[in-house]
Design a protein around this ligand. Structure first.
Ligand SMILES: Nc1ncnc2c1ncn2[C@@H]1O[C@H](COP(=O)(O)OP(=O)(O)OP(=O)(O)O)[C@@H](O)[C@H]1O
Ligand SMILES: [Mg+2]
Length: 267
């Protein structure tokens, strides 16, 4: 029996008893992708989900966003059950989701415009977020004239301009080269620190998880279950130098160990 008292109301997102099954094409059997997930995402924290390919990270994030209804269980946002797409939860996908036919500023303005914000407020938001992500000089540019890293910045500005309460990011920097990725990680930490908004970040990059997170949720595969939750207690703000520190190396080792044990078959 589930212990209701174990889910504290302070959680920004609470996942309870979540199981996700998908039908197998051509057969009656169901594939259980996620099983009995109970998870609390504390308000204001940076939490990463890590696990090997196919363990269900994207599925879990899509369920958290309300993009997919789970087979069993529920997700609560500030204590209220999520059903359907929730504007308070922003989503950044692995592939950038910028509209190629709109300029940078029109892309950033898109969400606030759809929500019916007045023009003055939209102008303010566009200026603020283009500046914050370092794209003020590229406001009139079309995405095809931007680098991959710059398009990611447009994606982040778009997500933040909607003032989401929680940002859900699914391997947003997976396609970037190492140096651009490092810069984007610093940019995302800067945004997180400025806004104080809770972030749930999917990655399979151990170093990325350590650099960014307060907590790393290690998932095991087939079915995806929570293996462990690893706190990363490295001081903030974190910078390039953090990556060279002994404590960073030690945290990476500890997380590596957790990921190894997550792969071991059950005894
Ligand atoms: N809509 C769907 N229908 C059927 N099976 C699905 C569906 N979506 C995901 N799956 C299956 O669920 C499992 C988990 O997929 P998911 O995309 O969540 O994994 P992941 O951990 O994000 O992997 P990766 O690191 O490669 O992105 C996979 O076996 C996938 O084939
Ligand atoms: Mg995925």
């Amino acid at each position: 029996m589930r212990n209701e008292a174990s889910v504290r109301p302070a959680a920004k997102l609470g996942v309870r008893g979540l199981t996700q099954q998908f039908g197998v094409r051509g057969g009656n059997a169901a594939l259980t992708v996620l099983k009995d997930i109970d998870l609390e995402i504390p308000a204001g924290k940076f939490v990463s989900l890590i696990g090997e390919s196919g363990c269900g990270k994207s599925t879990l994030l899509r369920i958290m966003a309300g993009l997919l209804k789970p087979t069993y269980g529920e997700v609560r946002h500030d204590g209220a059950a999520i059903s359907g797409i929730n504007q308070a939860l922003g989503f950044v996908f692995q592939q950038d989701a910028v509209f190629p036919w709109l300029t940078v500023e029109q892309n950033v303005e898109y969400g606030p415009k759809s929500r019916g914000l007045p023009k003055q407020e939209r102008k303010r938001l566009v200026a603020e977020w283009c500046e914050t992500v370092g794209l003020s000089n590229f406001r009139k540019a079309y995405p095809k004239h931007l680098s991959g890293g710059m398009r990611k910045r447009v994606d982040l500005a778009r997500a933040y301009a909607n003032s989401p309460d929680v940002l859900l990011m699914d391997e947003p920097f997976g396609a970037l080269d190492v140096q651009t990725k490092a810069k984007m990680q610093e940019a995302v930490l800067d945004l997180w620190q400025r806004t104080g908004k809770t972030v749930v970040f999917v990655t399979h990059d151990l170093e990325e998880a350590v650099f960014l997170s307060d907590l790393v949720v290690v998932l095991k595969s087939r079915p995806g279950e929570v293996h462990s939750i690893v706190p990363i207690e490295i001081a903030r703000p974190r910078s390039e130098e953090t990556r060279l520190s002994d404590e960073f190396a030690a945290a990476k080792r500890a997380l590596w160990h957790e990921m190894q044990t997550a792969r071991e078959p059950r005894s």
